[in-house]
Design a protein around this ligand. Structure first.
Ligand SMILES: Cc1cc2nc3c(=O)[nH]c(=O)nc-3n(C[C@H](O)[C@H](O)[C@H](O)COP(=O)(O)O)c2cc1C
Length: 199
């Protein structure tokens, strides 16, 4: 069975929840799943000025931190990240940028990769974040797998064919669109392709 790492960054819990839904769907296929969080690099003072960020930060300390070994271990990787001004968060970028050693050894090549995202506005950078992230994955030699419109869930979740993405309510922080099934379909699709490539 293929091994799938779910590597996420989340300040206030949205992408953490998406990562957990992906994990559930991966396990249900019989594949191996491992959810790891990218290390928080923001200063404590920045985290403390947002109570939701502080709370989520404290609540997820027991989630293992992502390391290069997780990339080596994985046949496939699902990344989940919020937008930061239309781009990936610096925490994810830092994680990508410290994999130069693996890349030089050819150990990022042929990983089946897919990504998910979130933003506070419906047009606030969902697609841009994923496209910018996938650029780095092309440099890795990854095999990028997107959901496209391969499942009915695309039409009820906002319909982002680059990767499932959700709008986080600016009122209460909840998810505006119902994306659970879209996340799970994307995860199953990653397993399906990973089985073909690495199974
Ligand atoms: C520094 C910063 C920049 C952000 N930039 C955008 C943006 O350009 N567009 C947008 O819609 N939301 C933006 N957001 C909102 C986040 O993307 C949103 O809160 C996030 O998707 C929630 O994900 P999380 O709960 O997993 O942390 C920004 C948030 C921060 C802190």
């Amino acid at each position: 069975m293929v091994k799938v790492a779910v590597i996420y960054y989340s300040s206030t819990g949205t992408n953490y929840q998406m990562a957990k839904w992906a994990e559930q769907a991966i396990i249900e296929t019989g594949a191996e799943a491992k959810v790891v969080r990218v290390e928080e690099t923001a200063p404590a003072a920045a985290i403390a000025q947002n109570p939701a960020w502080q709370k989520h930060h404290e609540e997820t300390q027991d989630v293992p931190v992502a390391h290069s070994e997780d990339i080596i271990w994985a046949d496939a990787i699902i990344f989940s990240m919020p937008t930061r001004f239309g781009n990936m968060p610096s925490q994810i970028k830092q994680f990508i940028d410290i994999q130069g050693g693996l890349w030089a050894q050819g150990k990022t090549a042929n990983k089946v990769v897919s990504a998910m995202s979130s933003a506070s506005n419906p047009h606030g950078g969902h697609e841009g974040t994923l496209l910018n992230f996938y650029t780095s994955m092309m440099h890795w030699g990854a095999i990028i797998v997107t959901p496209g419109y391969t499942d009915a869930s695309a039409y009820t979740s906002g319909g982002n064919p680059y990767g499932t993405s959700v709008t986080q309510s600016q009122q209460d922080g909840s998810m505006v669109e119902d994306v659970e099934e879209a996340v799970k379909h994307q995860a199953r699709r990653v397993v399906e392709v990973a089985n073909k490539v690495h199974g």
